[in-house]
Write a protein that binds this ligand. Structure first.
Ligand code: S3P
Length: 440
């Protein structure tokens, strides 16, 4: 159920959910957001036409598309939703005549910074209040070392960022954090640099840039945690973007914690660097079957079959964390419904996501009567007995959807305020939930 006051994007301000409605049936979630950003950018770096189907529908990917259009790339959306990109190669990009607005999208800002660092013109990247608070030195400093001139508020720590691009020199970067956005920005700069660019990560982070660039013929190799790239570009390509596992994760948790549920999530990207939430939920007792169905653009794809199950607490820490960080809001709700005390550690990066997710999840779990304790690098969640409450999104799409998942599983009504935040990644989330709960 939704309350009145729709936002300009048609989404309701607040939603009310509840009633322990089981999820049943099949769903194809929107195209993967990380892959959609990259598909648009790589198509714009190729020379010739590319054709993309099932591109993510949210505002974040729309921001990438608008940035590319501002540098002169022609992008056309057909009535069936497919997107054609007329790639000009990086050399065809033109100085934008206005600021590039990345809205809420960290991936747009950081990856575009990597490409624009090699372009011989001035670009200025900005974003909404949340993005302007997120750390940018992690891309600014290594890109400066390759020869580009970047600046921003507080000596380049925060957006708006100005980029005076130019000739780049390849070098070796040893990253302090396992960030796919930083790694990807440096790879994209490396495609335009002289010599070899090496990016060494401290742990595995999502590797779509490496897989997709290699599949599309760009000069990139991977050796464990080391990625090497030299000057070159991808070829034009056609791609049906697989479903987003981070969006699917909300339905996996919703089906697990709502008794009587039985769902199939079709054609999801099964990249292992995105799927660590599945073994975590399985060891908590979840009934999830992964059915592989081939590969596209170097990415395994397949279905997730999920039935309701009782959960026990677990400890989430160490090397599995970078591959499930975006799923922590969904996992936190699973932990709220599990028996026992769940600990999430080694996840300080949660502090610098679309909201400070340690703080916001702690608040929202408390609203549901769940005992919770914030840690400097995670959360302790005393699960078992959540009850309906009043939740807020804090402007964070994943906090909003996590709230909806918990709300649906509770007997009684829960309000999620600030629902419009879901526009970043999944504007049609409520419709999809309603189609599975039979309330559409
Ligand atoms: C993303 C990388 C991750 C992830 C984000 C999308 C990407 O961020 O949290 O939602 O598409 O490369 P970090 O690189 O900051 O870890």
């Amino acid at each position: 159920m939704t309350l009145p006051n729709p936002l300009p994007n048609g989404l309701p301000n607040d939603v009310v959910l509840g009633g322990q409605r089981p999820l049943r049936g099949r769903l194809r979630v929107p195209g993967d957001k990380s892959m959609s950003h990259r598909a648009l950018m790589f198509a714009a770096l190729a020379t010739g036409p590319s054709h993309l189907v099932h591109v993510a529908t949210g505002d974040d990917v729309a921001a990438t598309r608008r940035c590319l259009e501002r540098v002169g790339v022609r992008v056309k959306q057909s009535r069936d939703g497919s997107v054609s990109v007329r790639g000009t190669g990086a050399s065809g990009w033109r100085e934008p005549d206005d600021i590039l607005d990345c809205t809420n999208s960290g991936t747009t800002m950081r990856l575009m910074a990597g490409i624009l660092a090699g372009r011989p013109f001035l670009s200025v990247l900005t974003g909404d209040a949340s993005l302007r608070k997120r750390p940018m030195a992690r891309v600014v400093e290594p890109l400066r070392r390759m020869g580009a001139t970047l600046d921003g508020r507080d000596d380049g720590r925060y957006a708006p960022l100005s980029i005076r691009g130019g000739p780049l020199t390849g070098c070796r970067h040893e990253l302090a954090i396992a960030s796919a956005q930083v790694k990807s920005a440096l790879i994209l700069a490396g495609l335009q640099a002289t010599g070899t660019t090496e990016v060494v990560s401290p742990a595995l982070s999502r590797d779509h840039t490496e897989r997709m660039l290699a599949a599309f013929g760009a000069p990139i190799t991977v050796d464990g945690l080391v990625v090497r790239v030299s000057a070159g570009a991808p070829e034009p390509f056609d791609l049906v973007v697989p479903g987003d596992p981070s969006s699917a994760a909300f339905f996996v948790v919703a089906a697990t914690i709502t008794p009587g549920s039985d769902v199939v999530l079709e054609d999801v990207c099964l990249n292992p660097t995105r799927l660590a939430f599945v073994p975590v939920l399985q060891r908590m007792g979840a009934d999830i079957e992964v059915v592989p169905r081939g590969a596209r653009a170097g990415e395994p794809v397949g279905d997730l079959v999920v039935r309701a199950a009782d959960l026990n607490a677990t400890v989430i820490e160490g090397d599995e964390v970078p591959s499930l960080l975006d799923e922590v809001p969904a996992l936190a709700m699973a932990a709220a419904f599990a028996d026992g005390v769940t600990e999430i550690r080694d996840a300080a990066e949660l502090l610098v996501k679309e909201s400070d997710r340690i703080g916001t999840l702690n608040q929202e779990l408390s609203q549901l009567g769940v005992g919770c304790e914030p840690l400097p690098d995670g959360l302790i969640i005393r699960g078992g007995r959540p009850r309906p409450g009043q939740l807020k999104s804090h402007g964070d799409h994943r906090v909003a959807m996590a709230g909806a998942v918990a709300a649906n599983a509770l007997d009684g009504e829960t309000t999620v305020r600030g629902w419009g935040a879901v526009a970043s990644s999944y504007p049609e989330f409520l419709d999809d939930l309603a189609s599975l709960t039979g309330t559409a």
